[in-house]
Design a protein around this ligand. Structure first.
Ligand SMILES: *[C@@H]1O[C@H](CO)[C@@H](O)[C@H](O)[C@H]1NC(C)=O
Ligand SMILES: *[C@@H]1O[C@H](CO)[C@@H](O)[C@H](O)[C@H]1NC(C)=O
Ligand SMILES: *[C@@H]1O[C@H](CO)[C@@H](O)[C@H](O)[C@H]1NC(C)=O
Length: 193
C-alpha cells in the first residue's frame, strides 16, 4: 500500500496527473538524444500532450515547465498547473541533473529529476529527452522499473502554448516511430489559462 501511495502521490505532484501506463517486464530500451544542450533546453515549455491518465479528473490544465540553470550546474525545474477540480494554481520546484552513469559521462538526454515531497521526502524520477529541436518541441519519457512490471509516462512539450499542427505532428510521429513502447496520449487543456 505504501508503495502504491508513493507512486500515486508522486505522480500527481510531479506530473500533475496520474498520467501513467502500467506494463509488464522491465523498462524497455529507448533512444534518447545523444547530446542535450541544457542551455538551449532551458526556458518555458507548455505541456501539449501527456500519457493517458488513469484518473482523468486529476489531470491539471495549463501545465507548464520552466527550466533554468542553478549555480551548481544542476537545472531548476518549476512545474505549474491549474487544478481541473478546484481551479487553484500550484507549482512545485525540483532539481534535474544529467545521469552520468546512464550517459556514460556524456551529456546525453537521460536526466534525473528530484522533487521534495511533503512527508515522504525527496523523490527521484527519470526524465529522458527522446527528441527535441529546442525551439518548438520536446518529447519526454520517464520509466520506473519494478522488474516484473514498469510504469511509464510520456509528455510532448512545446514552446508555444498553441503550437502548429505541423509541430505536434512531428513530435508525436517521432515518438511513435523511434520508440518501442506506445503510450496512449491525451491533449493537455491549454485554453483560458
Ligand atoms: C522561468 O524561470 C526563470 C528563472 O527562475 C525566471 O526568471 C522566469 O521568470 C520564469 N518564467 C516564467 C514564465 O515563470
Ligand atoms: C563509455 O565511454 C568510454 C570512453 O569514451 C568508451 O570507451 C566506452 O565504450 C563507453 N561505454 C559504453 C557502454 O558506451
Ligand atoms: C564516469 O566518471 C567517473 C569519474 O571519473 C568514473 O568513476 C565512472 O566510472 C565513469 N562512469 C562510466 C560509466 O564511465
Amino acid at each position: 500500500m505504501k508503495t502504491l501511495f508513493v507512486i500515486t502521490f508522486t505522480s500527481v505532484v510531479i506530473n500533475g496527473a496520474l498520467a501513467q501506463s502500467f506494463n509488464l517486464g522491465p523498462c524497455p530500451k529507448v533512444n534518447t538524444v545523444e547530446n542535450l544542450d541544457i542551455e538551449r533546453y532551458s526556458g518555458l515549455w507548455y505541456e501539449n500532450e501527456r500519457s493517458f491518465p488513469m484518473i482523468f479528473e486529476l489531470g491539471g490544465r495549463c501545465v507548464t515547465a520552466n527550466y533554468s540553470a542553478n549555480s551548481d550546474g544542476t537545472v531548476k525545474v518549476v512545474n505549474s498547473q491549474i487544478s481541473s477540480i478546484t481551479g487553484s494554481e500550484s507549482s512545485i520546484t525540483g532539481t534535474a541533473r544529467v545521469n552520468d552513469e546512464a550517459c556514460n559521462n556524456t551529456t546525453c538526454g537521460k536526466l534525473i529529476v528530484t522533487f521534495p515531497i511533503p512527508v515522504i521526502g525527496e523523490v527521484d524520477g527519470t526524465y529522458w529527452v527522446l527528441e527535441t529541436d529546442y525551439t518548438t518541441y520536446s518529447v519526454v519519457w520517464s520509466c520506473t522499473d519494478y522488474k516484473a512490471f514498469h510504469i511509464s509516462y510520456a509528455w510532448v512539450l512545446t514552446r508555444d502554448r498553441n503550437p502548429s499542427e505541423a509541430v505536434v505532428k512531428q513530435a508525436t510521429s517521432l515518438y511513435e516511430n523511434d520508440n518501442p513502447e506506445y503510450i496512449f496520449m491525451t491533449k493537455t487543456d491549454q485554453e483560458n489559462c
